[in-house]
Design a protein around this ligand. Structure first.
Ligand SMILES: *[C@@H]1O[C@H](CO)[C@@H](O)[C@H](O)[C@H]1NC(C)=O
Ligand SMILES: *[C@@H]1O[C@H](CO)[C@@H](O)[C@H](O)[C@H]1NC(C)=O
Length: 374
């Protein structure tokens, strides 16, 4: 099964729409699509399509608000996509009503338009946090873990991601020619990331690398964005392959349609080891002996550093005692299902991912300085 999917890739996947294709993850997916399947006709739909534009002649850009069903429908009628990759999601700091409207409403609009216009494959970018509850320790957690939603879910954003994922998977094979899957990435970072690495590099510039919270014995997943893009493309291709075999339904143990998959680097690390690797890449040479280990209570006063922790947890940077305790728990996932059914294996390891992501930030900072200097 896996070897078939790892076979030399097809030059064209047909017509593929990438929703949110100008965003951080979306633009990496578009680049990888262009690189691997250059004859694919790619349509990027985004609220604003001015940033992260891919210059390949086979990529077209379309301004589109997914909360406007009529707008989505008419674009789909015109573009006739074979496959849709839906990465669009509002920033998690925004108001709950926006998460409802975009994550739940927008996803339902896309599903409906896709179902009505003959789309074959629909890949949804969910989140690993959909199984994360307030007091849950996740040790090699797999897809059997239940979704945590409503009152039990501390982040409303995550509740809406879980609802959207449920709607996507429930739409599988409705009609019987419409196949869906969900990808759940954990802690995405890389070139163009606006959350994790920039905040860590800023902490370094501010001289905040002397502090460390807790005992550094909790493992986290950080996932290089290129691996997440790779997981999406494998899922898309698996759905399109399954579509070719219709009406045959794959064995339960091989099935991709109607299923969710964790995608990570498969290299859980101690949180502060990751942070220190980022700082080292940024130029930090502070010896570990001079790092201050802070108790959890003192930690609450160091906002900038904690923001990173909370981001990893899918939390807002609003500091509470509960959140600090929460950040000292294990949180990592199993990628066995993705390996078995998608033929997934990370294509970029953590060190290389950190190198690429940090260099991207440093180069941009340099450009900014040069601009100011002129
Ligand atoms: C774009 O797609 C067409 C048709 O599928 C193909 O012939 C062409 O080589 C592609 N262009 C590039 C730059 O790959
Ligand atoms: C946390 O957020 C709540 C409301 O969202 C706010 O009232 C409170 O002041 C915030 N606390 C801190 C420490 O920022």
């Amino acid at each position: 099964m896996a070897s078939r999917r790892e076979a030399p890739s097809v030059p064209s996947l047909g017509r593929i729409a990438v929703i949110g294709g100008c965003g951080f993850l979306g633009s990496h997916i578009v680049s990888l699509l262009v690189e691997r399947h250059p004859k694919t006709s790619i349509a990027v739909l985004d609220l604003r399509t001015s940033s992260n534009r891919n210059l390949s002649p086979n990529v077209s850009y379309h301004d589109c608000d997914i909360t406007d069903y009529e707008g989505v429908k008419s674009l789909f009628e015109r573009l006739k996509p074979d496959g849709v990759i839906h990465t669009a999601s509002p920033h998690f700091h925004l108001a709950p009503a926006i998460h409802d409207k975009v994550n739940v409403g927008g996803t339902k609009n896309l599903l409906k338009a896709a179902q009505e216009t003959g789309v074959k494959a629909f890949v949804y970018t969910s989140s690993a946090s959909v199984i994360l509850g307030p007091n849950v320790e996740l040790v090699n957690a797999d897809e059997e873990y239940p979704l945590v939603v409503g009152d039990a879910q501390p982040e409303y954003y995550t509740t809406t991601k879980a609802y959207a994922e449920t709607a996507v998977l429930a739409a599988n094979r409705t009609p019987p020619t419409f196949l869906t899957t969900a990808i759940r990435p954990a802690g995405i970072f890389g070139e163009g990331d606006i959350q994790l690495l920039p905040k860590m590099v800023t902490a370094y510039h501010k001289g905040q690398t002397k502090f460390q919270v807790g005992d550094n014995n909790n493992l986290f997943d950080f996932t290089y964005v290129g691996n997440v893009a790779h997981g999406h493309l494998l899922a898309l291709q698996a759905l399109l392959d399954t579509h070719k075999m219709l009406p045959t339904v794959p064995l339960d143990t091989e099935r991709v349609d109607g299923e969710a998959f964790f995608i990570t680097n498969g290299q859980p690390v101690y949180f502060w080891d990751f942070a220190r690797a980022v700082w080292h890449e940024a130029g930090d040479r502070l010896p570990l002996s001079s790092v201050w280990h802070l108790s959890e209570n003192v930690a609450m006063t160091i906002g900038a550093i904690l923001e990173n922790l909370f981001w990893v947890m899918g939390k807002t940077p609003n500091l509470t005692r509960a959140q600090v305790r929460y950040s000292t728990k294990n949180k990592y996932h199993s990628i066995e299902k993705a390996k078995r059914r998608l033929g997934y294996a990370p294509i970029v390891d953590l060190d290389e991912g950190i190198r690429r992501g940090v260099r991207y930030i440093l180069e941009n900072e340099k450009k900014e300085r040069e601009k100011k200097g002129q």
